[in-house]
Design a protein. Structure first.
Length: 71
């Protein structure tokens, strides 16, 4: 797992959780890593189709728009 459990714990607390178990933080981190990988794969395809190897902010924004998600 690459996302630090402490970071996820802070995010969960900021969202209103009073207490967060280690297992809950680990599970959420695992899910968020999966989502990040999926978004990155899609953004990489967009960049490649545009003749680039660098993923730019606009690629991520387009993926989020396609997924119907907002930041």
């Amino acid at each position: 797992m690459d996302i630090a459990k402490y970071t996820i714990h802070k995010v969960m607390k900021k969202a209103g959780a009073k207490k967060v178990s280690l297992e809950a933080a680990e599970l959420l981190a695992k899910y968020l890593e999966k989502v990040a990988q999926d978004i990155t794969r899609q953004a990489a395809k967009i960049a490649e189709e545009s003749g680039r190897i660098t993923i730019k902010e606009k690629d991520i924004r387009l993926v989020l728009e396609i997924r119907g998600e907002e930041i």
